[in-house]
Design a protein around this ligand. Structure first.
Ligand SMILES: Cc1cc2nc3c(=O)[nH]c(=O)nc-3n(C[C@H](O)[C@H](O)[C@H](O)COP(=O)(O)O)c2cc1C
Length: 186
């Protein structure tokens, strides 16, 4: 039992600063995407989309981010502009997960939770295949023009950017909540 659960009990986010090539291989990415889309989904609505940002996609979205950033902060330094240009290239691969709720009888909240499950499965699948992963939102997840650049409709949301790569060092675990603090028995 414990051995089977080891991946869930040992997963740890890896900072993008500690990620390097190689990205998940083509086969690994196919598995990660299959796991990502095997999530609970009330009404079988598939209320999510995944945009796989590879080199060119990462570069292009970085250009959009840098343009938006410079518009908002015209006095920003060239280092800040460069950081925006590089934002999506901080790891070898970046998956943008969009929550795309469908109108109808199923609550939007439930559809959004399903998109969160997609993100979580990506992290677990990557970890189980030996890759590093990090779920980040940052300002870009809350920007309407970034959403549009990813093909999202105004009613969609960016659930997260899942940065994937190989770890350059083993991350130290962080303190985890005690079960007593977060679990109530009745
Ligand atoms: C929806 C969501 C958005 C997040 N966005 C950020 C972020 O923008 N910046 C950040 O430093 N951590 C962010 N995190 C936290 C990290 O993904 C990660 O959970 C945290 O570093 C703890 O690491 P752990 O996964 O090993 O517990 C986010 C987490 C979630 C669930």
């Amino acid at each position: 039992m414990t051995a089977d659960l080891a991946p869930l009990l040992t997963r740890r986010s890896v900072s993008v600063r500690d990620m390097a090539a190689p990205a998940p291989s083509e086969d690994a990415l196919a598995l990660i995407l299959r796991a990502a889309t095997r999530v609970p989904d009330h009404g079988k609505l598939c209320p999510w989309r995944i945009v796989v940002l590879q080199e060119e996609g990462q570069r292009q979205l970085g250009q959009v981010a840098a343009g938006l950033f410079m518009k908002a902060y015209p006095d920003a330094s060239s280092a800040q502009r460069n950081a925006e240009l590089q934002r999506f290239m901080r790891a070898p691969l970046c998956l943008a997960v969009l929550s795309t709720p469908k109108p109808g009888s199923k609550p939007v909240w439930e559809q959004e939770l399903s998109a969160g499950a997609v993100c979580m499965n990506i992290l677990h699948a990557a970890h189980m295949l030996g890759y590093a992963g990090k779920w980040l939102t940052e300002w870009v997840a809350y920007d309407a023009e970034i959403l549009a650049a990813l093909g999202g409709a105004p009613s969609d949301k960016i659930a997260g950017f899942l940065y994937l790569g190989s770890k350059t060092s083993e991350p130290e675990d962080r303190e985890r909540p005690s079960l007593e603090a977060v679990v109530e028995w009745r």
